[in-house]
Design a protein around this ligand. Structure first.
Ligand SMILES: NC(=O)c1ccc[n+]([C@@H]2O[C@H](COP(=O)([O-])OP(=O)(O)OC[C@H]3O[C@@H](n4cnc5c(N)ncnc54)[C@H](O)[C@@H]3O)[C@@H](O)[C@H]2O)c1
Ligand SMILES: O=C1N[C@](c2ccsc2)(c2cccc(Oc3ccc(F)cc3)n2)CC(O)=C1Sc1ccccc1Cl
Length: 332
């Protein structure tokens, strides 16, 4: 009041205006890129950073707070103590052990499962109604692990899955067709990473299915061109790693976009890792794979029944089998 003369008593905030709080666990390359994008895009009222390294955590918090003059107002806190996450609407988990060169993915997984045993239960305890958004790799299996450890209903446990794969796919298609990537709808589904499945029939540009778009634009295409673009999605991940040692910006924007869809109840469809058994003949146990899912304030609101060719469905079932074999070796 000392700084402002009230000209009219402000009306109390409407009861429906909710204070939204996001916790990001893991203040590394990915976690901080997500945090920075959440701040820039005004996704939440409060942001909490959690990590195991206290000094790095405080440094990142102060550095972000010092940008306050250029950002929408967001309260920023940081702690090694999970109590600070109390009442989070969304908890984004990027914490993870880094893959040691030559380390098997199974060994990396077992190290990250051990970390998750110390991360997920306190998040669930302090925010029993929160939505968990898992980014740490291997993301599909770790989303399953988070689901089991949290005891949450499956609609409130989501993996970033092939969201990043699909955003790279959209960029590459847009670049190939010289259009805006925001006008390209294209889904990569299934297992995140090397074994993902590109849905050719899902690709549309400005609402026009790509195959007929290419014919109308007389752009010569063969199936091999689209397959090369999918291969480039995978190769580009390795290229970024070889050039800068990690990935951050694309995963940061893509996960912040998921956070916005969830917290702003956008009811948009995103390719994210959800419980997939029961779809496309996937069976044999609970398995998380990416499918186009509608996201809102309740988490996963529904999964679209997108058309898959027999080959695409077969590859999804193969990924499910591989993941289940790995999951069956885990003690969660
Ligand atoms: N799903 C995707 O598309 C995608 C894309 C890129 C990276 N990733 C994954 O994201 C993860 C993080 O990558 P990064 O580059 O940020 O790694 P990083 O090493 O930079 O950051 C990981 C952070 O986790 C913290 N941490 C470790 N154990 C912890 C614990 N018990 N509690 C809290 N914090 C803990 C570390 O201190 C570190 O700050 C990796 O698993 C990576 O593979 C996933
Ligand atoms: O861009 C990325 N950077 C990554 C990374 C980030 C920090 S260290 C490694 C990266 C890159 C390449 C392979 C690689 O190998 C792994 C290792 C374990 C695992 F569970 C999944 C992928 N990880 C993590 C990751 O998932 C992506 S996205 C991606 C990865 C491979 C193929 C296609 C895509 Cl879209």
């Amino acid at each position: 009041q000392a700084f402002f003369r009230q000209i009219q008593r402000a009306a109390p905030p409407s009861p429906t205006k909710r204070h939204t709080k996001i916790s990001v666990v893991g203040a590394g390359n990915v976690g901080m890129a997500i945090a920075q994008t959440i701040l820039t895009q005004d996704v939440a009222d409060e942001l909490v950073l959690i990590d195991a390294k206290a000094d790095k955590l405080r440094g990142e918090m102060l550095d972000l707070q010092h940008a306050a003059a250029f950002l929408p107002r967001t309260k920023i806190h940081a702690s090694v103590d999970y109590e600070l996450t109390f009442g989070s609407d969304l908890c984004i988990v990027t914490a993870g052990a880094r893959q040691v060169p030559g380390e098997s993915r199974l060994n990396l997984l077992q190290r990250n499962v051990a970390l998750f045993r110390s991360i997920i239960p306190p998040l669930a305890r302090y925010s029993p109604e929160t939505i968990l958004l898992i980014v740490s790799n291997p993301v599909d299996v770790l989303t399953y692990v988070a689901w089991k450890l949290s005891g949450f209903p499956s609609n409130r446990v989501i993996g970033s899955g092939t969201n990043l794969d699909s955003s790279r796919f959209r960029f590459l298609i847009a670049d190939h067709l010289d259009v805006n990537a925001q006008d390209v709808q294209a889904y990569i589904v299934g297992e995140h990473g090397d074994s993902s499945v590109a849905l050719w029939s899902s690709i549309s540009v400005g609402g026009v299915p790509v195959l007929s778009f290419l014919e109308k634009q007389q752009i010569a295409y063969e199936k091999v061109t689209l397959e090369n673009i999918h291969k480039e999605v995978i190769d580009s991940a390795y290229e970024v790693i070889s050039l800068k040692g990690y990935t951050s910006w694309a995963i940061g924007y893509s996960v912040a976009n998921l956070a916005r869809s969830i917290l702003r109840d956008q009811r948009k469809v995103h390719p994210v890792s959800v419980v997939a058994n029961g779809f496309y003949g996937i069976e044999g146990g609970d398995v998380f794979l990416s499918l186009p899912a509608q996201l809102g304030r309740g988490g996963v609101l529904g999964v679209t029944n997108v058309h898959l060719t027999d080959e695409e469905a077969h590859r999804l079932r193969d990924s499910a089998k591989t993941i289940l074999e790995v999951q069956n070796q885990l003690e969660v």
